[in-house]
Design a protein around this ligand. Structure first.
Ligand SMILES: *Cc1c(COP(=O)(O)O)cnc(C)c1O
Length: 392
């Protein structure tokens, strides 16, 4: 019997090595990884540039305390600010911690303005993590059930509904921020009907009310949607952005990035982390960004996303059980008209690794390095499985 707590329904397979989009089990079977550790392994597995950077860093220095200056951390912060147009970074170790930092920052921002009970607008179907504050911000009862009392200070509105936010603005003087995923990941790859206009309108509402616009780019960030960050498909810049998942290519790291007044809100002693931003994690983050840049993986992600979605659309044409196929770069959702969790197991039997979220949505988050032949192979296997599933 396993001594692990029973928090995951695990697939009956384990891997011993990987290369690019491929994972291998102990028997030498090869699997096409279209999940990438849930949007973590953007560079695929064992990318030579990443392996070199973290091996060299590990041989020099893995960890020192944040009570000292850490050059690798400064270097990654410089790079993140350069590519985002933002000002300052706080490093932590995961997505929920990055959102915790954002939430604390927003509350402090409110208190600094004399608002004693600051509230943050969050969305239905959102996912922000599993800590108490972030599960309270999450718009999914399953994530929250059993952990009441929830953290207060969140106002929930439907996703992709600007009017609902305007109504909150008109009656609630305690609001200090909006926290939103540009594209909802766990919620089912939900893309606002006018994705650019939505963020731009939220920016306008925040400016008009003195609120912070806080984007959870934990899943959408680091090249996944074809730009460094999903907000770069628009003309706005957020006040706060949380990152994790793809940032360290699997070495745990999270970041809360801020601009303007938000970048100056945390002062000495207001937040901290023992591991956050250590030399190993920030070297991995820097190598990840450098490789994405050098290998032009943002444009590549966009092109591969189109190939996969167009391939699936033509292979599944006329299948009335397919509700929509939607994507933002390599963040891809295939929504069916029925629960389809069983497809994960069937895909595994075909040596393809996928995920199903929000019950009815097949989710693909392949490594950014996936090539055209691999993308076509993915389409062929998945389209066949979906057809079989829908027609039995
Ligand atoms: C995965 C995810 C998180 C939580 O990240 P952890 O590293 O698991 O804490 C938060 N927000 C979004 C949008 C995510 O996709």
């Amino acid at each position: 019997m396993s001594h692990l707590m029973n928090t995951y329904a695990r697939q009956p397979v384990s891997f011993v090595k990987g290369e690019g989009v491929w994972l291998y089990d102990a028997e030498g079977n090869r699997y096409l990884d279209a999940l990438a550790g849930v949007a973590v392994n953007g560079l695929g597995h064992a990318h030579p540039k990443l392996v070199k950077a973290i091996s060299e860093q590990a041989a020099k220095l893995i960890h020192v305390s944040n009570v000292y200056h850490i050059n690798e951390q400064e270097q990654l912060a410089d790079k993140l600010c350069e590519i985002s147009g933002m000002d300052k970074v706080f490093f932590c170790n995961s997505g929920c911690e990055a959102n915790e930092a954002s939430i604390k920052l927003a509350r402090l921002y409110g208190h600094n303005k004399g608002i004693k009970n600051p509230e943050i607008i969050v969305m239905e179907k959102s996912f922000h993590g599993r800590t108490l504050a972030t599960l309270s911000a999450t718009g999914n009862r399953k994530t929250q059930a059993g952990f009441e009392p929830l953290v207060s200070g969140f106002v929930r509105v439907p996703f992709d509904d600007v009017e609902a936010i305007k109504q909150v603005a008109a009656r609630n003087p305690n609001v200090v921020a909006i926290l939103v995923e540009p594209v909802q990941g766990e919620g089912g790859i939900n893309i606002p009907h006018d994705a650019k206009g939505y963020l731009e309108q939220l920016r306008g509402i925040c400016d008009a009310n003195g609120w912070l616009l806080m984007l959870d780019e934990v899943q959408t960030g680091i090249g996944r949607t074809g730009t460094w960050f999903a907000f770069q498909h628009t003309n706005i810049v957020p006040d706060v952005m949380s990152l994790a998942k793809g940032l360290g290519s699997g070495v745990p790291i999270g970041a809360c990035v801020a601009k303007g007044v938000a970048a100056e809100t945390f002062t000495y002693g207001k937040h901290g982390s023992t591991f956050g931003g250590n030399p190993l994690a920030t070297a991995a983050g820097f190598a990840t960004l450098k490789t994405i840049q050098e290998d032009d993986l943002r444009a590549h992600a966009e092109a591969m996303g189109d190939i996969i979605c167009n391939g699936l659309r033509s292979a599944l044409v006329g299948e009335s059980g397919v509700t929509t196929i939607r994507n933002a770069g390599l963040m891809i959702g295939i929504e069916l008209d029925r629960p389809c969790g069983d497809l994960v197991k069937r895909a595994l039997a075909e040596k393809l690794l996928i995920n199903v979220t929000a019950d009815k949505v097949v989710r693909l988050l392949p490594p950014l390095v996936i090539n055209q032949a691999e993308a076509e192979q993915l389409v062929a296997i998945l389209a066949k499985l979906i057809k079989q599933f829908l027609n039995e």
